[in-house]
Design a protein around this ligand. Structure first.
Ligand code: GLC
Length: 584
């Protein structure tokens, strides 16, 4: 157990590793990652040096949205294992000193969830139907949806049921939004929080945390902003769907549940809100921490990165008792090695550029992977030296680029579904491809664009199932160039991304014992193109991190260079490089 993890407030300065379970490690050979697969890699995660793992949903699901369509919140998808497997994984993780965080999806259930099935069966006006957001339609016979809202995944946000009513779904139609004005929903989710806490879970990641409270009554539905679903960022709390003030009542209620446990359970909210509202979710009377997505949204640009850092630090200062979070990648955004290797355009258009690049199978712009990798190395060191918690997405420690050219007919993500014929959106599968663990089962050379592997899985699945038959292919195809990123290849290479992550994490744990408090972090003015800051180091000296975004080398201050993301010679810091220094 790391010294950090022995503290009750371990989460304030934690490194949390996000596991996307269906693509992490397959233990039984069905081509889908599973819980036993996670257990088998706890040693790897311990060696990496993470404090906690967060598992994206592993609950029973029809996978209409990668598991975020939950059929039963208090069970394990039988394809991924059993509750016994879960308990075993928690035990092994805890023995390794690693905390476990599970994902709670409270904005919507799956349409197959028993509460939604009861709502359908009970009919209009029933107490069961009141647990979701059902409305009558417009038009003479109610044949039109209550309004023209478009769901975030495309297509209408309302779905009609056989008795004529319509239900709201902000995401896929298999994800009906629940009605948080109904007390049964409150009880249901508190039961779920206690269930996983009783199974040893240390904390929760709260999906779409800013969406639960809705006001669909004050204004007639057909007079509401037609783009209310898309208009998520609202400064004045007036959106009918997002970031409403009442959402905080829910989290204050949950805090009482978290505090029933010793140590109190931790939570981090996924809230895509304006930066000045983030701290409301992160209040220690509520969730305790919130994702700051500014890094995930910034391209490799000194101004964008600087303002991302300042926004994160400011949001933490506004929250008494909480810390900030840093996230470069997750299961919803293209991998940052690729983002940083694409042409760097203003932040406002970078998102669109990445989408366009994906749409054209990675051919519309040149992806400079070498440059992207160099920048990603500099970025993780810049990030890990900062106060607060860092969230690492599985495979980023291997420096995996995005798989941009998954064939359309192999995509699983619902976001391309509505657009396949029109080819306007390729979706999020390129960062969800099963991880490459072992290069030895794939004989092909590691060439770019050599196509996808067949009959081998880079050790993602075992060669055979328990009955001796061959394992199924991984559920998303792995490109042959994955070979050079396989964990065994990187393990053997001192200069690999994996070994940089390991060293950075271990130095962070020993050099920076701070609590994640922003007050001990001071910006250093080293010129416009350099992001530099100092913090106290554990040995009483001052720790400093310098990142050079500019083309001219930068003179470093006197001190002991403890780590560099690239070549540093003669006290000069080259472009796209970070160093950690203990100052003289
Ligand atoms: C969150 C998840 C995303 C999912 C959505 C709906 O944004 O991160 O993957 O599609 O919620 O649950």
């Amino acid at each position: 157990m790391t010294a950090n993890n022995m503290r009750d407030d371990w989460w304030k300065q934690a490194v949390v590793y996000q596991v996307y379970p269906r693509s992490f490690k397959d233990a039984n050979g069905d081509g889908l990652g599973d819980i036993a697969g996670v257990t088998s890699k706890i040693d790897y995660l311990k060696q990496l040096g993470v404090d906690a793992i967060w598992l994206s949903p592993f609950y029973p699901s029809d996978l209409a949205d990668g598991g975020y369509d939950v059929i039963d919140y208090r069970n394990v998808d039988p394809r991924l294992g059993t509750m016994d497997d879960f308990d075993e994984m928690v035990k092994v993780a805890h023995e390794a000193g690693i905390k476990v965080i599970v994902d709670i999806v409270p904005n919507h259930t799956a349409d197959k969830h028993v509460l939604f099935q009861e709502a359908l069966a009970a009919g209009p006006g029933s107490p069961e139907r009141d647990r979701y957001i059902f409305r009558d339609g417009r038009g003479e016979h109610g044949e039109l949806p209550p309004n023209d809202w478009i769901s975030l995944f495309g297509g209408p946000a309302w779905q009609q049921v056989p008795d004529g009513q319509w239900y709201l779904h902000i995401f896929a139609k298999e994800q009906p939004d629940v009605n948080w004005k109904n007390p049964d929903i409150h009880e249901e989710f508190k039961k779920t929080l206690r269930f996983w806490s009783d199974h040893g879970t240390d904390g929760f990641r709260i999906d779409v945390a800013h969406g639960l409270a809705k006001d669909l009554e004050s204004v007639p539905l057909d007079q509401m902003d037609p783009l209310a679903v898309q208009h998520g960022l609202c400064h004045d709390f007036t959106s009918p769907l997002w970031d409403r003030k009442e959402v905080h009542d829910i989290y204050r209620e949950w805090r009482e549940v978290f505090n029933e446990y010793n140590p109190p359970r931790f939570a981090v909210g996924e809230a895509w809100v304006v930066p000045e509202h983030q701290h409301l979710y992160a209040s220690t009377d509520e969730l305790g921490q919130v994702f700051n997505f500014e890094f995930a949204e910034a391209n490799w640009d000194v101004d964008a990165m600087r303002s991302a850092i300042l926004a994160g630090l400011k949001s933490a200062e506004e929250t008494h008792g909480s810390t900030t979070t840093w996230v470069m990648s997750n299961h919803d955004v293209p991998r940052h090695v690729s983002r940083y290797g694409l042409p760097q355009v203003p932040a406002s258009s970078h998102h669109q550029l990445a989408k366009d690049w994906l749409l054209r199978d990675g051919t519309s712009y040149f992806e400079d992977r070498e440059l992207g990798t160099k920048r990603a190395r500099a970025a993780i060191m810049m990030e890990l030296g900062l106060p607060g918690s860092t969230y690492i997405y599985q495979g980023e420690e291997l420096g995996l680029p995005e798989v941009a050219d998954i064939p359309w007919d192999r995509l699983e993500d619902p976001t391309p579904f509505f657009t396949r014929e029109r080819f306007i959106e390729k979706g999020r599968d390129g960062c969800r491809v099963p991880l490459p663990w072992d290069s030895s089962d794939v004989p092909a050379p590691a060439e770019w664009n050599a196509g996808f592997g067949t009959g081998a899985s880079f050790g993602f699945s075992p060669a055979t199932k328990a009955d001796g038959t061959a394992s199924a292919d991984p559920h998303l195809p792995q490109p042959l160039w994955y070979k050079q990123y396989a964990a065994d290849v990187e393990d053997a290479d001192d200069a690999s991304m994996l070994n940089l992550y390991r060293t950075t994490l271990s130095l962070r744990a020993t050099l920076l014992t701070a609590t994640g408090d922003t007050a001990d972090c001071a910006a250093v003015d080293a010129g416009h193109d350099v992001i530099a800051y100092t913090r106290p180091s554990a040995d009483g000296r001052r720790f400093a991190s310098y990142t050079n975004f500019g083309s001219a080398p930068v003179e470093l201050p006197a001190g002991e260079i403890v780590l560099a993301s690239g070549d540093v010679a003669d006290g000069q810091l080259p472009q796209d490089t970070t160093v950690w220094i203990l100052l003289d």
